[in-house]
Design a protein around this ligand. Structure first.
Ligand SMILES: NC(=O)c1ccc[n+]([C@@H]2O[C@H](COP(=O)([O-])OP(=O)(O)OC[C@H]3O[C@@H](n4cnc5c(N)ncnc54)[C@H](O)[C@@H]3O)[C@@H](O)[C@H]2O)c1
Length: 405
C-alpha cells in the first residue's frame, strides 16, 4: 500500500465551474485493477458530472486532502492558490501561447516547484494531438445548429442536450423525428467534423458529394462535407497541398462562397487562424442570394472563419441573431437574420460522455507512459519540471518572469 503511486482527481475550481473529469468511476476501477501499483483518490465535488456517490459506489476513495498524491489530474486551469507545491499536475493550462490570463498561474507553478504536463501538448509521433473534446463539441454543436433551424422555421423541435442524462438519451430523442428538406454544409475533417457527421448519421441525413450538392435540389435533408483541400486553393496555381497550406495559409484563397447560396445551415468545424481566409465576408451577407439561415460555428473564433460570429453565446442562451445589413446582434429566430450558435464549451452539455471519451484516450495512450521514469511523449508535453521551464518551453521565459502583461 505504502509503495503505491497515488493519483488524485482534483475538483474543478475555475469559474465558471467545469463539470468534466479526467476519469469516470468505471475507468478508475479499471486502472486500479490493471495497474495494481496505483491508487486513485477523488476530491469531492458537488458539480462534477459523476457524483461523489458514484465514485464511492465504485470503491474509489473520496478525499479532500490530496497532498499525499504524486499525480494530480484536472481538466481546466487550476487557481494559483489551490496548487499544491512539488506535485505533478496534468490539465489544459492554456499557457503555451503566453495567454495573459494564465501568466500568474504559471508563475505560481514555477514558484511552487510543480511539474506541469499539458494535455494539449501530448501528441502521437506524427504530431496529431492525443487528447481533445472536439468529437463531443461536434455532436452538441450539430444538434444545437439543427435545433436553432427548427425554432427559426417553426418546423420541428429539439430538446436541449444538457437536459439529457447522456448521449444515449439524446439518441432516443431522435427516434421518429422527420426533418424538412434542408441542405447542410459541414466544414472540416477533424474531431469536431466527425462529431457533426455522427449526428447526420443518427438523423438519417444523406451525404451528397460537394459537386452534386452545389447544383441539385433534394426533397429530403442532405449534407455535404468540405475538407481543407476542397475549401482552400493556392491563389497562383489553384493547387492544394496540406503541408504547404499549413506553412503558407496566406497564399491560399477560400472557395466557400458558392455554398452560401445553396445551403440552409452551416456547421463550421474547420481549424482557423488569422492568416487563413474567412469562409465569406461581411458584404456577402447583404446579397440577396445569401441563403444560410443558421450557422453553428463550432470552431468559434470571434470574427474568425465566420465574420458574423460576434462573440460567444452560452449554454443557457446558445443562439443569437445577426442582421444581414450591418451585422448587429439581435434576439434569435427573427425572420430576416442569420442565427448564430457560438458556444465555446459545447462538450459541457454532454459531460459524462465527453469525460468518458477523454478518459479512454488518456488510459490508452498516456497513462502507462506517465508511470515510466522518463518517457519521450510525456517529456515533450512537460512545460515545467520541478519549477523550471523545460527546454522546448524556454521561450516562455519572459512570460514566466512577468515581463509581459
Ligand atoms: N466550441 C467548442 O466547444 C469547441 C470544442 C472543441 C474544439 N473546438 C474548436 O474546433 C476547431 C476544430 O477542432 P478539432 O477538435 O476538430 O480539431 P482536430 O485537431 O481534430 O482537427 C483540426 C484539423 O485542423 C487541421 N490543422 C491543424 N493545425 C492546422 C494549421 N496550422 N493550419 C491549418 N490546418 C490545421 C488538422 O490537420 C486537422 O485536420 C478548433 O478550432 C477547436 O478549437 C471548439
Amino acid at each position: 500500500m505504502e509503495n503505491k503511486i497515488h493519483i488524485g482527481l482534483i475538483r474543478e475550481e475555475k469559474q465558471p465551474h467545469d463539470n468534466r473529469v479526467a476519469f469516470t468511476p468505471r475507468q478508475c476501477q479499471w486502472i486500479m485493477h490493471h495497474f495494481p501499483g496505483t491508487q486513485i483518490y477523488v476530491q469531492p465535488s458537488p458539480l462534477r458530472c459523476f457524483s461523489d456517490s458514484e465514485y464511492e459506489k465504485a470503491g474509489i476513495t473520496l478525499q479532500e486532502d490530496l497532498s499525499h498524491c504524486t499525480f494530480l489530474l484536472g481538466i481546466k486551469e487550476v487557481p494559483a492558490d489551490k496548487l499544491i507545491p512539488g506535485k505533478t499536475y496534468l490539465f489544459f493550462s492554456h499557457t503555451k501561447k503566453k495567454q495573459p490570463h494564465n501568466q500568474h498561474m504559471l508563475q505560481t507553478i514555477l514558484e511552487k516547484k510543480i511539474t506541469l504536463v499539458d494535455y494539449e501538448c501530448l501528441v502521437h509521433p506524427d504530431g496529431q494531438r492525443i487528447l481533445g473534446f472536439g468529437f463531443f463539441a461536434g455532436i452538441v454543436g450539430a444538434h444545437n445548429g439543427l435545433m436553432a433551424y427548427g425554432e427559426k422555421t417553426r418546423s420541428f423541435h429539439f430538446k436541449r442536450v444538457h437536459t439529457c442524462h447522456d448521449f444515449q438519451e439524446l439518441i432516443s430523442h431522435y427516434f421518429g423525428i422527420k426533418l424538412p428538406p434542408i441542405k447542410i454544409v459541414i466544414t472540416g475533417s477533424g474531431r469536431v467534423a466527425a462529431g457533426a457527421l455522427e449526428i447526420m448519421g443518427l438523423l438519417g441525413i444523406k451525404y451528397i458529394p460537394p459537386e452534386e450538392y452545389l447544383i441539385n435540389t433534394y426533397s429530403y435533408p442532405v449534407y455535404t462535407q468540405l475538407k481543407a483541400g476542397e475549401l482552400y486553393l493556392r491563389r497562383d496555381d489553384k493547387t492544394y497541398s496540406r503541408s504547404d497550406f499549413h506553412a503558407h495559409p496566406e497564399a491560399y484563397e477560400c472557395r466557400f462562397l458558392p455554398y452560401v447560396t445553396v445551403s440552409d445551415v452551416l456547421m463550421n468545424g474547420i481549424y482557423w487562424d488569422e492568416n487563413i481566409a474567412p469562409l465569406f465576408h461581411a458584404n456577402d451577407l447583404k446579397k440577396d442570394n445569401f441563403r444560410i439561415r443558421v450557422i453553428a460555428d463550432i470552431t468559434d473564433d470571434t470574427n474568425g472563419s465566420v465574420p458574423c460570429n460576434l462573440g460567444d453565446s452560452t449554454i443557457e442562451d446558445p443562439v443569437y441573431g445577426v442582421t444581414k445589413d450591418n451585422m448587429e446582434q439581435t434576439a434569435p429566430y427573427l425572420p430576416d437574420t442569420v442565427d448564430m450558435m457560438c458556444v465555446s464549451n459545447l462538450p459541457n452539455e454532454l459531460p459524462r460522455d465527453a469525460s468518458q471519451y477523454f478518459g479512454d484516450q488518456l488510459m490508452k495512450y498516456v497513462f502507462e507512459a506517465l508511470l515510466q521514469p522518463d518517457n519521450e511523449m510525456i517529456r515533450n508535453a512537460t512545460i515545467t519540471a520541478n519549477g523550471t521551464l523545460t527546454g522546448r518551453f524556454k521561450y516562455l521565459e519572459d512570460y514566466a518572469k512577468g515581463d509581459l502583461t
